[in-house]
Ligand binder design. Structure first.
Ligand code: NAG
Ligand code: NAG
Ligand code: NAG
Ligand code: NAG
Length: 512
């Protein structure tokens, strides 16, 4: 400090007027630069905020009714209006579970519950947005089965529901039965949309195809059907392969839906299998139900279904009661569950899951949701685990008697009694059907949502039906990228700081 001060004084006392003049000029220039820079920064910031308010006309909404076999779920989605064609911007505002059976068994009560749900959903959408909010209904395997059994009845139900949905203040789009293939594909789209696998922002703030990105497979388990979908090698062809273009990229998606292999219909097949080989219907042993548990049901609950029709016993009458006694017998349960799958048709065939269905080898990560998730939840093996961990948890659960299970879980009897069966079902379809093994079981991720948005086909369905995932990449141009703004701000800030420092140094030199 001292040295510097003396140097400055030396400099000043011995300095010429020409030097003082040039210092004055430099100071004036620096001050001008400073003011100009500040002005530019203010201008950019103002333009940016103006642009933000100009580009934020608020949120847009969409409603999808997922009419499943055992119940209907109403989903309300939202997204920023100006970003509707971007990826990953749609999220779930709320959902409403309609009490009661699915729409294939619609009665007065279920109509009441549906209306209650729609009232609730309506409250979540600002009135000014009602008329521009699209509403869709997609019915899945429960209605596919009713359509096979009684086409007229299924058409009447859909017409009644359409009439009701049209009477709501929303923009009615469609109410129909979707195919198993659509269900599988939309589930796959949902999974990859939510995980941001279709597009990502690069360092220049433009949307690009993620470098080396892999898509994630989709495993959905409903009440009456189950779907598998994943990207297959380019050379894979056949009726279960669909080529889809999303944001300018083409994917070769394998998808198959197994009707009657949903959790509830497959359970009926298990019960039918037991009844078939039993002589005394008042005492049928069920190795998958817990020991000390018994349940009586009318024969129609098992056999009044398209999925068990073929195995109806000769002595069948709908009102006849059948009583099942639980056995907590994991080994016999596994054998029993395996018997409802048709593995014979695949014998001697390569790349075959079951029922003789072609399936390329599974590869990459898989999201297993809906019934798959709930089963893993009951076994306490949510997320990713090894096959050994799954087996251990299943063995432990299936060995427990009813009293122990009731003490450990606060869930309804209806569900709790069936988790040993569904664990064996999940194990069989994944390991023996789709061929997950010790090496790739950990690629399975048992989840029900991503960022508070349910993993369900309904989101992918809405995105596809409202063209929110364009086939082409034309949306990739951005007006003023935020990064350009950040860059400009940085350059001008740096200039300002440099000018300011120069100004201070000059002043210091001038004064001392
Ligand atoms: C989104 O894409 C569709 C179809 O490509 C287009 O009609 C629509 O205007 C786009 N919306 C926005 C907000 O860019
Ligand atoms: C309604 O949805 C079904 C199933 O996705 C589709 O086949 C049909 O073309 C749609 N109808 C309209 C009018 O969009
Ligand atoms: C079946 O059992 C129920 C009670 O669980 C009973 O009310 C009904 O009469 C029984 N049906 C027949 C045909 O025995
Ligand atoms: C089975 O899949 C593998 C791997 O994709 C392939 O190399 C093989 O040719 C397939 N076999 C048949 C019979 O399709």
């Amino acid at each position: 400090m001292v040295k510097r001060e003396s140097h400055s004084s030396d400099h000043l006392t011995g300095g010429s007027s020409r030097k003082i003049m040039s210092t004055k000029l430099a100071t004036a220039l620096a001050a001008f630069f400073l003011l100009a820079s500040i002005a530019v920064i203010i201008a950019i910031a103002t333009v940016q905020t103006q642009k933000k308010t100009y580009l934020s006309p608020g949120l847009k909404y969409g409603i999808v009714l997922d009419a499943g076999s055992s119940r209907t779920t109403v989903y309300l989605y939202q997204w920023p209006a100006e970003k509707e064609n971007n990826t990953g911007v749609v999220s779930q505002t709320t959902k409403c579970l309609v009490k009661g059976p699915g729409i294939s068994e619609m009665n007065d009560d279920s109509w009441k519950y549906l209306k209650t749900c729609m009232d609730d959903i309506t409250k979540h959408v600002p009135p000014s947005q009602h008329s521009s909010t699209p509403i869709f209904l997609g019915a899945t395997a429960g209605m596919r089965l009713l359509h096979i059994k009684n086409e007229e009845a299924s058409n009447t139900i859909l017409q009644d529901i359409q009439k009701y949905l049209r009477s709501l203040p929303f923009n009615f789009q469609n109410a129909s039965i979707i195919s198993g293939q659509e269900e599988g594909l939309y589930g796959w789209i949902t999974v990859n949309y939510l995980m941001g696998n279709f597009l990502e922002k690069n360092m220049w703030n433009a949307w690009v195809h993620p470098h080396g990105a892999k898509t994630v497979g989709s495993l959905d388990l409903g009440g009456a059907s189950t779907q598998i979908a994943f990207t297959a090698p380019d050379d894979a062809t056949g009726e279960d392969l669909i080529r889809v273009s999303l944001y300018g990229y083409e994917y070769n998606v394998y998808t198959h839906s197994f009707l009657c292999y949903g959790k509830n219909e497959a359970e009926k097949k298990v019960l039918a299998e037991l009844v078939k080989s039993s002589t005394d219907w008042s005492r049928v042993n069920h190795p998958c139900y817990p020991a000390d548990y018994s349940i009586t049901m009318a024969a129609s609950e098992i056999f009044d279904s398209e999925c068990t029709k073929k195995s109806t016993p000769a002595s069948y009458s709908p009102a006849k009661n059948i009583t099942f006694f639980g056995g907590s017998d994991p080994v016999r349960c596994k054998d029993l569950v395996k018997r409802i799958f048709d593995f014979k048709s695949c014998q001697g065939k390569e790349n075959c899951s079951f029922e003789g269905v072609y399936q390329p080898p599974v590869s990459g990560e898989f999201m297993a949701y809906a019934g798959f998730y709930y089963t893993a939840w009951a076994l306490d093996v949510k997320g990713s685990n090894t096959l050994k961990q799954f087996n251990t948890a299943m063995l432990s659960f299936c060995s427990k008697p009813w009293a122990t299970l009731k003490k450990n879980y606060e869930i309804t009897e209806k569900h709790l009694k069936s988790y040993c069966y569904s664990a064996n079902y999940v194990h069989t379809i994944l390991a023996d059907g789709y061929k997950f093994n010790d090496d790739n079981w950990e690629n399975l991720n048992f989840q029900k949502e991503v960022n508070q948005t349910s993993i369900a086909w309904s989101l992918g369905y809405m995105l596809a039906q409202s063209n929110m995932i364009p086939a082409e990449a034309k949306l990739l141009k951005l007006p003023i990228p935020n990064s350009a703004f950040a860059g400009l701000l940085f350059v001008f800030s740096a200039l300002t700081i440099i000018t300011l420092m120069f100004l201070i140094i000059t002043l210091v030199r001038f004064c001392f």
